[in-house]
Design a protein around this ligand. Structure first.
Ligand SMILES: NC(=O)c1ccc[n+]([C@@H]2O[C@H](COP(=O)([O-])OP(=O)(O)OC[C@H]3O[C@@H](n4cnc5c(N)ncnc54)[C@H](OP(=O)(O)O)[C@@H]3O)[C@@H](O)[C@H]2O)c1
Length: 284
């Protein structure tokens, strides 16, 4: 495996095995320089979202990189304020305009159950409507693939009742501390790629003593061990950093693989590092 390697989505589209995360990379210099640095260091897959507020800087970095558009894989996401057909179409166009692109590679419903739609199962209708818009965007060739994020099995089953096209990706909080095994398996059984967001636990796993111990054995950093674990599980990790040295180091994960014993030790961290994300309780 290398940074140029790809997974193949259910529709045949190829997606680079590591994506560069941009959440909490503020619009302006930080997001711009981070994405420039990622592209300079060989990443070809960038993950942003309307709600991150940085699509303009991400788009500028992409344009200034001079890298041919077809070599890049760009993901953005539909936010919670646009879960009806017309709003979703409009939000997608706004994202394209901000990014300065005429298509994206992957468009995701960011969140299954916006707070304002939680009563009377309105969220279900919202997802069905948003998905109908995404299907049309996909059919029009404006998104090469479509998918979801933070969808639990029940959310996927609800969507199945309405979809004509199945999601190709489900992007979730996935790291050794929170492995969501049933969901991961469900995605695999349905040919939905597991993208792993917060592969470093938004930084909270970087001082974990078990992982530190393993990292010394391999002469790798804790971040590299976590990214490797994600790849060894068949996930697509999306590490984020705003520091050029970390951005580069996070790609140096292809010259080793973890032993079965070490993967087991990491698997045993499930729950113990105290990280768990419950999408149904989010305050937005
Ligand atoms: N779909 C969703 O709802 C959702 C939710 C969360 C995240 N995501 C996506 O997943 C991406 C990654 O998740 P995340 O942002 O939560 O965090 P993460 O990648 O798990 O961790 C990022 C944190 O780790 C630090 N870091 C990165 N590499 C490091 C290294 N080699 N050594 C030391 N520290 C390092 C970063 O510091 P610096 O930035 O200071 O360098 C930052 O504080 C996001 O950016 C976003 O694209 C999606």
């Amino acid at each position: 495996m290398s940074l140029n390697d790809t997974y193949t989505l259910s529709n045949g589209v190829k997606i680079p095995v590591i994506g560069f995360g941009t959440w909490q990379a503020p619009d302006g210099d930080v997001a711009y320089q981070s994405v420039r640095s990622a592209l300079d260091n060989g990443y070809r897959h960038i993950d942003t979202a309307a709600i991150y507020g940085n699509e303009v800087s991400v788009g500028r970095a992409i344009a200034d990189s001079g890298i041919a558009r077809h070599e890049l894989f760009i993901t953005t996401k539909l936010w919670n304020d646009a879960h009806d057909y017309d709003s979703a179409r409009q939000a997608f166009q706004t994202s394209l305009d901000r990014l300065g692109l005429d298509y994206v590679d992957l468009y995701l419903i960011h969140w299954p159950n916006p707070k304002h739609l939680r009563q009377n199962n309105q969220w279900e209708i919202g997802n069905a409507e948003a998905w109908r818009a995404m299907e049309d965007i996909y059919q029009a060739g404006k998104a090469r693939a479509i998918g979801v994020s933070n969808f639990q099995i029940s959310d996927l089953k609800s969507l199945e009742k309405h979809q004509s096209i199945a999601p190709m990706v489900n992007q979730n909080f996935l790291n050794p501390s929170d492995q969501q095994s049933e969901l991961v398996q469900y995605n695999q059984q349905h040919n939905i790629l597991n993208e792993a967001y917060s592969p470093l636990g938004t930084g909270k796993l970087l001082s974990n003593p078990v992982i530190e111990n393993i990292s010394q054995k391999y002469n790798k950093s804790v971040a590299q061990i976590l990214i490797r674990w994600s790849l060894d599980k068949g996930f697509l990790p999306l590490p984020k950093s705003t520091h050029a040295d970390y951005i580069k180091a996070n790609t140096d994960v292809f010259d080793f693989s973890l032993s079965a014993d070490d993967i087991q030790q990491l698997d045993n961290l499930s729950g113990s590092a105290g990280l768990h994300l419950d999408a149904s309780q989010a305050d937005f």
